[in-house]
Design a protein around this ligand. Structure first.
Ligand SMILES: [Cu+2]
Length: 68
């Protein structure tokens, strides 16, 4: 397993944080996703054979937030 930290713009409430968490966890290969609303970040634990940061960025942006 590897971990990656994403910095995410646009999350304004806990509903946003749970949306981001859900879309990350839906990615095949993601084991866990811990979203920190105050820090505007997400810590993702994943299998690098299956997925990676490019997929996380695409999924978060599809959900309407910006990865910076
Ligand atoms: Cu919100």
């Amino acid at each position: 397993m590897q971990t990656a930290t994403l910095n995410i713009n646009g999350m304004s409430c806990s509903g946003c944080a749970s949306t981001v968490s859900r879309v990350l966890k839906n990615i095949n290969g993601v084991q866990s996703a811990a979203v920190n609303l105050d820090a505007a970040s997400a810590l993702v634990e994943f299998d690098p054979a299956l997925t990676g940061p490019e997929a996380f960025k695409a999924a978060v942006e599809d959900a309407g937030y910006d990865v910076v």
